[in-house]
Design a protein around this ligand. Structure first.
Ligand SMILES: [Zn+2]
Length: 117
């Protein structure tokens, strides 16, 4: 390969792998393991993009930010095919509801344990 061709090839590789400004790069090593029936789109793309979604709780139009996705997939190790479903308000309402259900359930168990003891 001539030096000029080498340079051109390097430039080409750089151009196609560079993250567009303002976008968040994917660190594939940090992702939760998945069997690859085809990598998720953000993996083959190489960076996260804000994703628009409609909250399935209240129907409001929301945006799942690239930085939030990076946190979800790489820090919290969320499943790579999982996505955002609820807005922040609906999510905290749902978490409170689950915590309350868990508390009631454990109380019931304790009551039965005391009664049967
Ligand atoms: Zn909502």
């Amino acid at each position: 390969m001539t030096r000029q061709r080498q340079r051109r090839a390097r430039r080409e590789a750089q151009r196609t792998t560079t993250t567009p400004p303002g976008l968040v790069r994917v660190n594939v090593e940090a992702l939760a393991p998945y069997n690859s029936y085809g990598a998720p789109r953000f993996v083959s793309r190489g960076y996260y993009e804000d994703v628009a979604f409609t909250c399935s709780g209240c129907g409001s139009k929301e945006s799942w930010r690239a930085a939030q996705q990076k946190w979800w997939y790489e820090v919290a190790k969320g499943y790579v095919y999982s996505g955002a479903k609820l807005c922040r308000a609906c999510r905290s309402r749902e978490q409170a509801r689950r915590a309350e259900a868990r508390r009631t359930h454990l109380e019931g168990l304790n009551r039965r344990r005391l009664r049967d003891a």
